[in-house]
Design a protein around this ligand. Structure first.
Ligand code: IPE
Ligand code: IPE
Ligand code: MG
Length: 258
């Protein structure tokens, strides 16, 4: 598709989105970089490099329709077990991308955030990340959260440790432990739960991402490999989301139009 034609497609899709019912928080499991590279006869890392454009497109697209939180699964706890060269390449890509994109993030009102075991990242990553977070801290158009060295079980174990410590030290009463307290002790404290979770590459699993937070998220699976993911796919996902009835355990009559 040519550029102008693509723009027409994007705009046509965007026009169909109800601005009143855009999900406040969209989370994405960006998957399929390796397979994309293989299909193009390239090394896996080339797939990751090409995934950066998809991140940019998704971020711009999400901002345009008024999504307030975009959370991207960029590197899982389990991903540390990949071949050393691939892990190193991913860390380098993270640093280089943050450095090259920082100005544009800032100009577009993006507040950068990161969740996960950030201590386990190489020093250069931690430093670049901390600086980018600091520089964009006062932006408020959209919060871009990168999940890095993240896994939901890691997060849940930490939450239990924190609450248990507070109980032990007398700061929290056992009876006071509720949904809100659990949420407040997760890495996503202060953010609304994602209403929409997207996974690319055809896999239909969660792979240890935001287990608590997606309790009632709408799931959208796409066969598109992450490096091919564009604004139009995000818009398709949002349109599909808007066509669904979210019942939260109630009957259709209860949640339907009065
Ligand atoms: C997603 O693409 C990126 C990361 C997990 C870091 P993959 O690298 O998992 O790509 P596939 O699943 O092997 O195709
Ligand atoms: C999930 O993708 C993690 C990220 C997208 C960062 P994986 O490719 O690691 O997941 P599995 O191994 O297919 O479940
Ligand atoms: Mg994968």
């Amino acid at each position: 598709m040519g550029n102008a034609q693509q723009q027409t497609t994007d705009e046509a899709l965007r026009a169909r989105i109800d601005p009143e019912r855009v999900p406040a928080h969209v989370a994405i499991i960006m998957d399929g970089n390796g397979r994309w590279a293989k299909r193009h006869g390239e090394m896996r890392v080339v797939g990751h490099t090409n995934g950066v454009r998809s991140v940019r497109e998704t971020l711009v697209g999400a901002t345009e329709i008024g999504v307030k939180y975009l959370t991207l699964y960029a590197f899982s706890t389990e991903n540390w077990n990949r071949p050393r060269a691939e892990v190193d390449a991913l860390m380098d890509l993270l640093v280089n991308t943050l450095m090259s994109e920082l100005d544009s993030l800032h100009e577009n009102g993006v507040r950068l955030n990161a969740i996960g075991d950030l201590e386990s990242l190489p020093g250069s990553c931690r430093a670049t990340l901390a600086e980018a977070i600091r520089q964009t801290a006062h932006n408020d158009r959209i919060t871009l959260t990168l999940a890095l060295s993240y896994s939901a079980r890691w997060e849940l174990v930490n939450m239990v440790k924190r609450i248990a410590t507070d109980v032990r030290d007398g700061r929290v009463d056992v009876e006071a432990i509720d949904d809100a307290l659990v949420s407040a002790n997760l890495t996503t404290a202060g953010m609304p739960d994602p209403e929409l979770l997207i996974r690319t590459s055809g896999e239909q699993r969660i792979s240890n991402f935001l287990l608590w937070q997606i309790a009632y998220a709408e799931l959208w699976f796409s066969p598109v490999l992450w490096p091919d993911f564009r604004r139009e796919h995000l818009y398709q996902a949002v349109l599909d989301y808007q066509g669904r009835e979210r019942r939260f355990g109630l009957t259709s009559e209860q949640v339907g139009p009065a």
